[in-house]
Design a protein around this ligand. Structure first.
Ligand SMILES: [Zn+2]
Length: 248
């Protein structure tokens, strides 16, 4: 494991001329904002495992219970703010001809930081949709959709498929990127895990930002260890000024 300061000069050479940038973010980015993981939690919900509540079966069995859990989780989101890493990614949109932000997180913190067109692989806990027909739910609407189905949080549950459109956008962005960042993710969960490999195979310069090494680390063109809230501003902010960058 490297301990010395990584050499960023090659990275900045590539990043300054890159046209198509793709970014994949995972749980680590949210954790830095203080987002709880909902594992081994306290109080009311400690007797349940997420696998018992975040499933279509649980919702069919007891929609009230599942909703109660999501209301509790939404409540916990309220004090949580985007961090410097989220903000650096939001600004970086304008530095590239094409910029695709792909996230495994469901908390909407990228949008809260100002990112637009976020590709959400696992949905968004702040939105609802109909369990049967998929229709979105307006602010004031009843719990039941006009089709007769029940509204539910718009997240991907255990045993459900990921939204095909999000997957296809993520794959296509990874395959056409000149520069890809894999941030705060273990690169072990499909399909997100494939994205850095796809980008690398297609010739992209791939940067990994994560506190720990991952299975992808040996293939990364640049791997930096530490919080994304520190590294992303350092790697992305200089791209906003033509003379910026360098190994500083
Ligand atoms: Zn419906």
């Amino acid at each position: 494991m490297e301990s010395a300061e990584p050499d960023l000069s090659r990275y900045f050479e590539v990043a300054h001329v890159a046209n198509r940038c793709a970014v994949l973010t995972g749980a680590g980015v949210s954790a830095e904002s203080g987002m709880p993981t909902f594992r081994g939690e306290q109080g009311l919900w400690k007797e349940y495992r997420p696998e018992e509540l975040a499933t279509p079966e649980a919702f069919q069995r007891n929609p009230e219970l599942v909703w109660e859990w999501y209301e509790y989780r939404r409540g916990m989101l309220e004090g949580i703010q985007p961090n410097e890493g989220h903000r650096a990614l939001a600004s970086a949109e304008q530095f590239f001809e094409e910029f695709t932000l792909i996230t495994q997180n469901i908390d909407g913190l990228h949008q809260a930081a100002g990112s637009t067109d976020v590709v959400e692989l696992h949905g968004n806990i702040r939105r609802d949709r109909c369990h049967d027909c998929g229709a979105g739910r307006g602010e004031e609407e009843a719990m039941e959709c006009t089709c007769g189905g029940l509204f539910r949080p718009d997240v991907v549950w255990f045993g459900e498929s990921l939204p095909p459109q999000a997957i296809s956008m993520a794959f296509s962005a990874a395959q056409s990127a000149d520069l890809l960042f894999s941030v705060g993710t273990s690169t072990m969960v499909y399909p997100a895990a494939q994205l850095p490999y796809l980008a690398k195979d297609a010739g992209a310069f791939v940067v990994e930002v994560n506190p720990e090494p991952t299975p992808f680390t040996p293939l990364a063109d640049l791997a930096v260890r530490g919080p994304s809230g520190q590294w992303l501003p350092r790697l992305l902010d200089p791209l906003g000024s033509p003379a910026g960058g360098g190994n500083s």
